[in-house]
Design a protein. Structure first.
Length: 160
């Protein structure tokens, strides 16, 4: 289990490298808001309309683990037994895990996603402000032509 406070880059890197993991999203100071458990692949805890999102800074706290039972036990101890489950990613439903978009990728789709995520993590680790990956970059990295990659990349973008 990993506690992340003030480490947005480490948090985003953990999500990228542990897509089958789980995350508790909570506030640092206890309030009426209950901790909420999510899958690491849930858009609610890794996507933002702005670049200035504070994932683990300010009032936010994230606890990450590959073991959901461990996370739930920790959260129940700290919240008096009250933990919410995300309605979007449904982390407690084994059926929703098998229907996760990460599990239905074609081999080419998986190669594309893996490259883009790895490139993003490298740029985050270097603290680069500009992160631009072109279709040609992706195709070249997985030894395909842009035409071979284009259709899969379009489908991935449409599927979210």
């Amino acid at each position: 289990m990993i506690f992340l406070l003030g480490e947005d880059r480490a948090y985003l890197s953990w999500l990228a490298h542990h897509r089958n993991g789980f995350v508790i999203d909570w506030l640092r100071k206890p309030t009426r808001k209950k901790p909420k458990v999510h899958r690491a692949s849930c858009a609610e805890i890794k996507s933002s309309p702005t670049q200035k999102t504070h994932w683990t800074t300010g009032r936010q706290l994230k606890v990450c683990s590959l073991d959901m039972d461990e996370l739930l036990e920790w959260a129940r101890e700290g919240s008096g037994g009250h933990v919410e489950h995300c309605e979007i990613c449904q982390p407690s439903d084994p059926a929703s895990a098998s229907s996760s978009p990460d599990r239905h990728l074609t081999k080419l789709g998986k190669e594309i996603v893996d490259y883009i995520v790895e490139a993003a993590v490298i740029h985050l680790d270097r603290n680069d402000q500009d992160y631009n990956v072109t279709l040609s970059d992706v195709a070249k990295s997985i030894h395909k032509t842009p035409r071979q990659v284009s259709q899969s990349l379009t489908r991935l973008a449409e599927d979210g």
